[in-house]
Design a protein around this ligand. Structure first.
Ligand SMILES: O=P(O)(O)OC[C@H]1O[C@H](OP(=O)(O)OP(=O)(O)O)[C@H](O)[C@@H]1O
Ligand SMILES: O=c1cc[nH]c(=O)[nH]1
Ligand SMILES: [Mg+2]
Length: 209
């Protein structure tokens, strides 16, 4: 089973408390989503391989660590996943970025894919799929299925808020995927929204409602 991390860091809990508030505006919402993504990226890159390299400080020769150069990719699920990209890029600036566009049909709650553009060598990369919300899990599972269809084998999924239903589905359908969750909420309501959640993440990031 892939590793599941539910973030208990005080900074993340504090920041999630702010974006849950219905009186938090678009600018602050977007900035905080970026900050949370940065902190989650820090957590999800714990196991990146390092190698030794010889350098000179102003005082002496020494051996330091550097990243072993594994190729990385960030793949946001549009739209809301785009809000997490700047924070991820800040931490892993050499990563290439792919995009998977999906919206959830409001009646069936099933994801509908409308766009997919991935780096040509995506199968050689460790992939970080990002989306703030994991509700029924349909969007995340389909996006990961798509990536596996392209040959990706090393996939992590990062979200800010998860419902227990979506988390269970993701772990069942993709047991190999490491998952980082900012907060695990209580349940889904009859419209498929996470309770207490934060509403529609895409609308809140882009100010479309
Ligand atoms: O786990 P699920 O039940 O699939 O729900 C989660 C999906 O719903 C939201 O996207 P939405 O369909 O609102 O599209 P948007 O990002 O364009 O707003 C969210 O950003 C996830 O992609
Ligand atoms: O609560 C939810 C569920 C799905 N998508 C969102 O943006 N919010
Ligand atoms: Mg939305």
């Amino acid at each position: 089973m892939g590793k599941l991390t539910i973030m208990d860091h005080p900074l993340i809990q504090h920041k999630i408390g702010i974006i849950r508030r219905s009186d938090t505006g678009t600018k602050e919402f977007r900035e905080i989503v970026e900050e949370i993504a940065m902190l989650e990226c820090y957590e999800s890159t714990r196991d990146l391989e390092l190698e030794d390299t010889e350098i000179e400080t102003p005082i002496a020769k020494t051996t330091v660590k550097k990243l072993a150069g594994k190729k990385l990719a960030i793949v946001p699920i549009l739209r809301a996943g785009l809000g997490m990209v700047p924070g991820m890029e800040e931490m892993i600036p050499n990563a290439k970025i792919g995009h998977i566009g999906m919206y959830r049909d409001p009646e069936t709650l099933k994801p509908v894919e409308y766009y997919c553009k991935l780096p040509a060598d995506i199968e050689e990369r460790d992939v970080f799929v990002v989306d703030p919300m994991l509700a029924t899990g349909g969007s995340a599972c389909d996006a990961i299925e798509r990536l596996k269809g392209h040959g990706c084998r090393n996939i992590r999924f990062l979200c800010i808020i998860a419902a227990p239903e979506g988390l269970a589905r993701l772990q069942k359908e993709h047991p190999d995927v490491d998952i980082v969750v900012g907060a695990l909420d209580d349940h889904l309501n009859e419209n498929g929204y996470i309770v207490p959640g934060l509403g529609d993440a895409g609308d809140r990031i882009f100010g479309t409602k």
